[in-house]
Design a protein around this ligand. Sequence first.
Ligand SMILES: Cc1cc2nc3c(=O)[nH]c(=O)nc-3n(C[C@H](O)[C@H](O)[C@H](O)COP(=O)(O)OP(=O)(O)OC[C@H]3O[C@@H](n4cnc5c(N)ncnc54)[C@H](O)[C@@H]3O)c2cc1C
Length: 400
Amino acid sequence: MSNPIMSRQTFDVAIIGGGPAGGHTASLIAKAGYKVAIIEEHQTIGQPVQCAGLITPRCFDMVSHARHTVLNELKGAEIFSPSRTIMNIGNDKVQAVAIDRARFDKAIMDKAVDSGATLLQGNRVSAIQIGKPCVISLGEQVIESKLVIGADGAKSQTRKWLGLSEPEYFLNGIGADVSGLDIAQDRVKVFFGNGIAPNFFAWIIPAGEISRVGLCVRDGQGTANDYFKMFFEKGNAASILKGGKILATHSGIIPLGPLQKTFSDRAMLVGDAACQVKATSGGGIYPGLVCAGHCANTAIKALEKDIFTAHQLSAYQKAWSADIGDELKKAMIMHRMFSSLGDKELEEIFGMLANAEMLDIINQTGDIDYPSRLGWMLLKKEPRFLKYTGKFLKYGLIDW
Ligand SMILES: Cc1cc2nc3c(=O)[nH]c(=O)nc-3n(C[C@H](O)[C@H](O)[C@H](O)COP(=O)(O)OP(=O)(O)OC[C@H]3O[C@@H](n4cnc5c(N)ncnc54)[C@H](O)[C@@H]3O)c2cc1C
């Protein structure tokens, strides 16, 4: 793709960040006939990859043009307790897919460009000035637009420039592409334990010829790198990972805690920039795409009316909150509660879940994108969970 930047260009909408959220938002606005610029600091869309690339097939309801990036279909999970008790869940249905994340982002961007958006890659936005017009500085170059959309990821500078609030906290993630593992291709492996990945979990995802191995830890809980080394060498997965060869590693951060406000005069945030992430899994691709749809609709309505006030753009917050805001909040409550558990309590919960009736509920109701449904069903079914009532109250579950 060429880089058609000149010293000053004018667009209806300037989108900062060319990840899935920015690319999909751009596609939808451009398709409606508006002039859209996507400004991406990296030279190559999708690179560097900072993701395990596990999504649900329902993502393709929104970006069917990226379906060819699926590497492997997953029908269940083997979940390891801290003491290595294994719970097997899943059925014959494809629950999730492993994607080639770099090609996924590129497919979304190609569609945006085909829809008429202009991609300005290899350009870092260094400042924005909100006004009529908005002025976006890329070093010596300048873009002018009626509206700015910050899709610039977890560390979003746009969020700071707009003075919007920061995430509650970040998870630090690390991942590796590993070859030579002899594992079932239709099951993801998930490992819990405070000595493995404090406050979160570790994973092994079969993705065809390679496997994706990684973990996240909460900011301030030691370095993800050290935990990863331990996980690989002497943790619960060491025997599975033995003989595996690390081909590449990546790291990144995940913002948790959906923002109360994702808009201001002439500006909106979408995707990780808006902390639209499922706290239970750290997955941001599905919620980012859902919210991109709402962001694009609000932008199109504002352009039709030629009104870009915060009041006009508040429709975006209402739309995404009504759609998945509640689910993201509940996932955050579940994550907070889960993070407070010690290994002994995790083992206890494993014990409560390891029976045919509970496994049946998990298999029938479990959904990575909508985890609260399962959480609620399990709570209703297992009275022994009431033991954790104090924690439920503390972490907000009472507002469920
Ligand atoms: C270790 C790890 C594993 C993960 N695994 C999964 C997973 O399995 N499934 C899942 O759903 N999610 C996963 N995620 C989360 C997922 O990667 C993000 O939610 C997703 O990338 C968010 O998309 P986005 O478009 O909002 O932001 P991003 O994909 O981060 O895109 C933002 C873009 O903005 C660009 N940018 C930033 N600042 C500027 C600037 N000033 N000027 C120009 N460009 C700029 C960046 O270069 C980047 O390309 C994982 C994250 C980590 C860290």
